[in-house]
Design a protein around this ligand. Structure first.
Ligand code: TYD
Length: 204
């Protein structure tokens, strides 16, 4: 089973992922938690190029290709082998981030970015994608209060960019209604977790 989490900056998805992993392990399931961009040493190296605050001159297609390259390595080295071993794989972000950030918000086009990603995915699509929906100003406010969190190049985008990201995710839900489920990230963490658990239980 492959579950991905998506959501804007500061939406609380990392906390929820941790909790879901713990719950599944307590039930005796083998769980692999991973993230994008990253998840393998090569993918993490690509991540640092993409998110480097010095790389302000990065062309949007270069950015999309780097995310896809990072994803390809992640799929082949980590996700596919874990799924073959019967693990439940949980990824903090996956292809929908590329569709929303590069395809939608950057304006490259969701269809084109999806086509580009087909090379990377090799058919490995999530069984369930949970999108944490939150107004960008709320999420960015939460990040600024959290001194321990690194601020990366994409966090520094203008609010209008993050509004577009959100609109793109909501549009993706209409494109993939069976796979993508939306959670109101304003709810308190226990309620959020209860909703996640309802969705995951159905799959289990
Ligand atoms: P990260 O610090 O992991 O963000 P978060 O904690 O919000 O998940 O940084 C990843 C950034 O990269 C985030 O701003 C979203 C962006 N991103 C894309 O634009 N395209 C992608 O395909 C992926 C995976 C991430």
């Amino acid at each position: 089973m492959f579950i991905t989490f998506e959501g804007g900056e500061g939406s609380g998805k990392s906390t929820a992922i941790k909790r879901l992993g713990e719950k599944l392990r307590s039930l005796g399931k083998k769980v692999v938690i991973t993230r994008e961009p990253g998840g393998t040493p090569i993918s993490e190296e690509i991540r640092s190029v993409i998110l480097d605050k010095a790389n302000t001159g990065m062309d949007p297609w270069t950015e999309a290709l780097l995310y896809a390259a990072s994803r390809r390595q992640h799929v082949k080295e980590k996700i596919e082998p874990a799924l073959q071993e019967g693990a439940i794989v949980i990824s903090d972000r996956y292809v929908d981030s590329s569709l929303a950030y590069q395809g939608g918000a950057r304006g490259l086009g969701v269809d084109k970015v999806l086509a580009l990603n087909q090379f990377a995915l090799d058919g490995v699509m999530p069984d369930l994608t949970i999108y944490f929906d939150l107004a960008p100003e709320t999420g960015l406010g939460r990040i600024r209060k959290n001194e321990h969190r690194e601020v990366n190049r994409l966090d520094l985008e203008r609010l209008s960019f993050h509004e577009k990201v959100r609109a793109s995710f909501l549009a993706l839900k209409d494109m993939f209604p069976d796979r993508i489920k939306i959670i109101d990230a304003n709810l308190d963490p226990d309620q959020v977790f209860q909703e996640i658990w309802n969705l995951v239980s159905v799959l289990l």
